[in-house]
Design a protein around this ligand. Structure first.
Ligand SMILES: CC(C)=CCC/C(C)=C(/C)COP(=O)(O)OP(=O)(O)O
Length: 457
């Protein structure tokens, strides 16, 4: 019996649950009475004054000529399937852009499809326990995590097939396409972005995620796929140029271009960013680039630990996991959903904190589920770092890792709740999107062959 199989998934009860459910069904800026943490709203983390509990928003909705498309109705991610608007300012702007085929509307309606796990949104997990899902008899870790909002295997399958075809064209995971198909990254995207049913939007985001994973596998983790810590930093510098184009003078540009075409990881990164740019606005693409730059910095830290043979301390590892995390994937939540969170709001330190907490917690889910695979790859994960530093058994270290995860999720939940009061409808929708992302991420990790297939066992 594996370590993970001895842990059971409990009811994710939480005192905020009912209040947050009430909050998410209200218009922005209207607080339910007695919301825990409301006092913290009076002051932001830098000591500055917030605009007030029930008053103005963190960022005002845009007003004036031409801004009506940027306003959206209050969030309900359990709404019916109807075509939604393209991201503000992007309609038909790029050649080849496809409109969403099926995208979920944000308005509630009678008879709307209910998510498999019951009520959703930050805080609502306490309303319905997330039931343990087992595979081959193994139960999941005891994690505080929402349920998936939507599980549509056919949609996941469609995205996955197209994704594997694209990977083959790029040349990533050569000779391992069957493993790639079985990992079912298409399902991950279907589960984590429930506010669109458009396979092409999901595919665009899936390509970004898979290209990031390919950089991790081919450059960082998997020596049999070419990973070499000594080569990592210069490789990543060039890889960043695939994400955010470098502009060389005429004499040298062809050599860079050749390098971009010769390396499957670079081909994948460039192609993925090109595809998502059909749906994302320029500020959304810039956000993705910024998060990928930080991701690559995190990859470099791991390579440093590998080459020096020094294990990171737990605080150091957790700091790296703030950047070397799923944050480039969560950064696309609004672009995939067909709306836009403004740069100003995404950059607000309180929003950054919430986004980092949620994305890092989702990454710790990866640490817990991928432990056996990482042992084989000599990769890093939180339980291993805790066991080494705190001189405890791996089982105890797993329990402590779960506590770290749960604290982050609780923190996100409370802070997302308060941010929802002062933010725009787009922010509220984005925060609910993060919550949904965490639920879908956990579901995928508990079922994917990447961590439960023959190689992982
Ligand atoms: C954004 C993205 C998909 C990056 C890939 C690296 C990353 C942040 C992971 C969570 C993958 O983690 P890890 O390196 O531990 O890989 P496996 O768990 O072995 O799949």
């Amino acid at each position: 019996m594996s370590l993970l199989s001895r842990m059971s998934a409990p009811a994710a009860t939480h005192e905020l649950a009912g209040l947050v459910a009430a909050l998410l069904s209200r218009p922005a800026g209207v607080a339910p009475r007695g919301l825990p943490g409301a006092a913290g709203l009076q002051q932001d983390c830098l000591g500055g004054k917030l605009t007030g509990m029930t008053g103005r928003r963190l960022i005002r909705n845009p007003t004036g000529l031409g801004t009506s498309a940027a306003r959206i109705r209050p969030l309900s991610i359990t709404g019916p399937r109807r075509p939604s608007a393209a991201p503000p300012g992007t309609q038909g702007a790029a050649e080849g852009r496809r409109e969403p085929r099926r995208t979920r509307d944000s308005s509630p309606a009678e008879g709307a499809p209910r998510p498999p796990g019951g009520p959703t949104g930050p805080g609502t997990s306490g309303l319905r326990p997330w039931s343990a899902r087992s595979r081959g008899g193994a139960s999941v870790p005891d994690l505080y995590c929402p349920p998936p909002v939507r599980d549509d295997p056919a949609l996941g399958e469609e995205v996955n097939e197209r994704l594997v075809g694209w990977a083959e064209q790029c040349g990533i995971y050569e000779g391992r396409l069957d493993d790639l198909r079985a990992a079912n990254f298409g399902r991950l995207l279907m589960l984590t972005h429930p506010d669109t049913d458009d396979p092409d939007r999901l595919l665009a985001a899936a390509k970004c995620g898979l290209a990031e994973w390919a950089a991790d596998d081919h450059y960082c983790d998997d020596a049999s796929a070419g990973a070499d810590p000594k080569q990592l930093a210069p490789r990543l510098a060039i890889a960043y140029a695939a994400v955010d184009p470098a502009h060389l003078v005429v004499r040298y540009a062809p050599e860079l271009e050749r390098a971009m075409r010769d390396d499957p990881v670079l081909v994948a990164l460039r192609s993925a960013v090109e595809h998502i740019s059909r749906y994302a606005t320029a500020p959304q693409v810039a956000r993705l680039q910024q998060e990928m730059s930080a991701l690559f910095g995190g990859f470099n830290a791991e390579a440093g630990w590998r080459t020096t043979g020094r294990l990171p301390s737990v605080w150091e590892y957790l700091t790296d996991r703030q950047f070397n995390s799923f944050i480039p994937m969560t950064a696309l939540i609004d672009a995939v959903g067909g709306y836009e969170l403004s740069t100003a709001e995404y950059a607000d330190p309180r929003v950054r904190r919430a986004v980092r907490m949620a994305s890092a917690a989702a990454t710790l889910v990866n640490d817990l589920y991928s432990m056996s695979k990482e042992d084989a790859d000599s990769g890093f994960n939180l339980p291993t770092q805790i066991a080494a530093e705190e001189n405890c058994s791996l089982a105890e270290a797993v329990e402590r890792s779960v506590q770290v995860h749960d604290e982050m999720v609780h923190t996100f939940e409370a802070e997302a709740t308060t941010l929802s009061l002062v933010g725009t409808p787009q922010l509220r929708r984005f925060l609910a999107g993060l919550w949904a992302w965490m639920g879908g991420n956990r579901e995928w990790h508990s079922t994917t062959d990447r961590y439960h297939g023959a190689r992982a066992e």
